[in-house]
Design a protein around this ligand. Structure first.
Ligand SMILES: [Zn+2]
Length: 469
């Protein structure tokens, strides 16, 4: 059975197929974080959904070529840098670093590249794209040097969000800094420099200024993945105007007038304790807030993963508690299987029903169905272990199956994969050398020093085994 996904553009389920000349490769563009603050769990809902999509496609034999952008220049980052009295780069750097730490905490696969909007290569791409749009009559320069996209020049505008913009009167005046737009819906491709921008700005054919958010994604997506991208994801909030604008820009600036994206996939909103997440409501959480409360990355991942991506997700503390229970159940089952499998080398594949895990996900990432298959397998094999009926070969088969399942769900305990700091690696190497030299006192000292870093060493017949405490 083919993988089917819901395409926002056509409002229907479609078989996901690579382009004829692309073998089994699918390109995937995912809108990334704006690095003016720590990403919140609503952002991570989208990233976890995209991660599940990528992992499942890979499990199904596709090669996924994914690009995620980093928005490191926009109104919010400029405002933040200004308020902090530091440069834009100094302001965004710690949030970029934090984002990648959060990516690791949630076991998200890394994209192939993370282009940054302020990269001079990307800025040059944006300027080139804007120039093409102007040459073709799709964009115009306003008196202040800003450049706007002329929506009236692209009849397809609105096709993704299924909105009709005809009712909007041209020439309508809106915010004062956009006073000379031809039509209210026209959006900025290039924003001319204003004093609030301070040191932020790039030279362009239209004078000093900075790119608009939409052109950032268009230029980086087309620049890295080509004129047609297979899958483009984001949250429903991105559909309009962001993704609609990306389509307009790319389809009007492209050489081949090809569709910009073949499959648009969007995940629904996240709510917290039943209401919209808002700082003022006191229900606003970054991943870090949750870690401070004692929850861990895999528990948060489980909650964000557990609801179908097109359904609203109500994030609750009770849900986190349930995730902890569910994960403990999986861990207990896994440990039992390891014990039953013992040192048996034989392996017996589990029943055909376990294939259902993958076929269920083929259906537009039906995660609740897939988790039901997993927990039914746990229940059934636990029962067989209770009765002493599960053979070591069957246990090993289930362990192998669970490994495959975890290549998609990534719910395995985190500490085993925790990145080892360089000094810990050095201590371990030094301790191995000390043991070879039979310097037991030094070996013990090194073990104690490792413990101060939170790493516990056990000596086994196969050498040192090191785990994060
Ligand atoms: Zn974007």
């Amino acid at each position: 059975m083919a993988v089917r996904v819901y395409n926002t553009l056509t409002r229907s389920l479609e078989a996901l197929e690579p382009r004829v000349d692309q073998g089994s490769t699918l390109s995937l563009y995912t809108c990334g974080p704006t690095v003016y603050a720590h990403a919140h769990i609503g952002n991570f809902r989208a990233y976890v959904f995209e991660d599940l999509l990528q992992r499942h496609l890979q499990a199904r034999g596709f090669i996924v070529q994914r690009v995620m952008n980093i928005t490191d220049v926009d109104d919010k980052t400029i405002r933040g840098a200004h308020a902090a009295g530091i440069s834009l780069g100094e302001f965004t750097a710690p949030f970029k670093k934090a984002f990648f730490e959060d990516v690791a905490t949630l076991s998200l696969l890394k994209a192939e590249t993370y282009p940054e909007a302020t990269d001079p290569v990307e800025i040059a791409r944006m300027i080139a794209m804007i120039r093409t749009l102007m040459e073709r009559g799709h964009a115009y320069e306003a008196e202040d040097g800003s450049v706007y996209f002329r929506i009236a020049s692209f009849p397809d505008y609105g096709k993704l969000a299924h909105v009709n913009l005809e009712g909007q009167r041209p020439g309508q005046r809106v915010a004062s800094d956009e006073y000379d737009k031809e039509a209210v819906a026209d959006f900025a491709l290039w924003k001319s420099w204003v004093p609030e921008d301070g040191a932020v700005g790039w030279e362009s054919p239209w004078g000093r200024g900075r790119p608009g958010w939409h052109i950032e994604c268009s230029a980086m997506a087309a620049g890295r993945l080509g004129e047609t991208i297979d899958i483009h994801c984001g949250g429903v909030d991105n559909i309009f105007p962001h993704h609609e604008a990306e389509i307009a820009q790319c389809e009007c600036a492209g050489l081949r007038q090809a569709p910009f994206v073949r499959y648009w996939m969007h995940c629904a909103h996240l709510m917290v304790e039943g209401s919209k997440m808002a700082k003022s409501a006191g229900n606003f959480f970054t991943l870090r807030d949750l870690l401070e409360k004692g929850w861990c990355g895999r528990e948060v991942r489980y909650v964000l993963l557990g609801v179908h991506y097109r359904a609203a997700l109500n994030f609750t503390m009770e849900g986190l508690g349930a995730a902890r229970t569910a994960l403990a159940r999986l861990d207990g089952w896994n440990a039992r299987l390891i014990e039953v499998a013992g040192s048996s080398a034989g392996i017996e594949a589990p029943e055909a029903a376990t294939e259902e895990f993958y076929t269920t996900l083929d259906d537009d990432l039906n995660i609740s169905g897939a988790l039901a298959v997993l927990f039914e397998t746990v229940r059934e094999s636990n029962r067989r272990m209770d009765r002493g009926e599960l053979t070591p070969e069957q246990a090993r088969g289930l362990l192998a199956w669970y490994e495959g399942v975890n290549s998609v769900l990534a719910l395995e305990p985190h500490h085993e994969k925790e990145e080892m700091p360089a000094e810990v690696e050095e201590l371990i190497a030094a301790r191995a050398a000390a043991r070879t030299a039979k310097e037991w006192k030094l070996s013990d000292e090194l073990r104690d020093r490792l413990a101060t870093f939170g790493w516990i060493v056990k000596d086994t017949k196969d050498g040192q085994r090191v785990n994060k405490n």
